[in-house]
Design a protein around this ligand. Structure first.
Ligand code: ZN
Length: 236
């Protein structure tokens, strides 16, 4: 089991960790700042630095076979560390911060386009949500304008934990039909943007939505009867 440091502080760029296991498909550590791909958000990249300064470049991070295990996936040809070895972890912060800004922007946009969410993805340069909605209700200028007006409120985001039972009693909290909140540990993590949004989410978010700056809608297109896709990018 890996201590997920990003869950309590998404702004940690570095940490020291010990190697728990070295698998064919990745390295497991006792603690990590690397976010594993999940909930639509791309996994982190970065490096694991050995005591002698040798850098093990990490190209992707994914969930392991158990709920709180994380696989740090080295690029081809990278050296493998020893079990028990202590490493300095460094994430590609510029890339992660873009992911955090875009991810939080999707939370805000999901309150502008009010419809069931049927899919989503967050990459470093763009993010999208798919909605079960009629195309006629999606307009670039409206979505952009209303989302940016909410972002301009500059409110602080909050992490809230509730029990599985509390979530079961409030099914209206779950907007995403495609991504069910992670269960099995007895509690579920929610992101609250006071006055704007409250929904289960295990991803990394900015501390204040003002950090998003502004977004622009890159495109709106139909991906099927129940998938109308709105893709956004950071405006600056
Ligand atoms: Zn989120």
């Amino acid at each position: 089991m890996t201590e997920l440091l990003f869950r309590d502080n998404a702004y940690l760029k570095t940490a020291t960790a010990r190697v728990l296991a070295v698998h064919e498909n990745g390295i497991e550590l006792d603690r990590t700042v690397f976010y594993p791909a999940g909930g639509g958000q791309t996994g982190d990249s970065g490096a694991l630095v050995r005591a002698n300064g040798e850098r093990i470049a990490i190209g992707d991070t994914r969930k392991g076979s158990t709920p709180e295990s994380v696989l740090h996936i080295p690029l081809t040809g990278m050296p493998r560390p020893e079990i028990g070895e202590t490493l300095e972890l460094e994430i590609d912060w510029a890339r992660r911060y873009s992911l955090m800004r875009l991810h939080t922007a999707l939370h805000v946009m999901s309150c502008v386009v009010v419809a069931p969410v049927t899919g989503g993805n967050i990459a470093p340069d763009k993010a999208r949500l798919d909605f079960d909605i009629d195309m006629s209700r999606l307009a670039v200028a409206t979505i952009e304008g209303e989302t940016n007006a909410l972002i301009a409120r500059g409110v602080e985001t909050e992490t809230v934990w509730i029990t599985d039972e509390e979530l079961d009693a409030r099914p209206e909290l779950v907007k995403t039909m495609s991504v069910q909140p992670p269960r099995g540990t007895g509690r579920v993590r929610l992101l609250r943007i006071p006055g704007i949004d409250l929904q289960p989410c295990g991803g990394t978010h900015v501390a204040n939505i003002g950090e998003i700056g502004a977004i622009r809608v890159v495109k709106i297109r139909s991906e099927g009867k129940r998938n109308k896709r709105v893709e956004i990018a950071l405006a600056r």
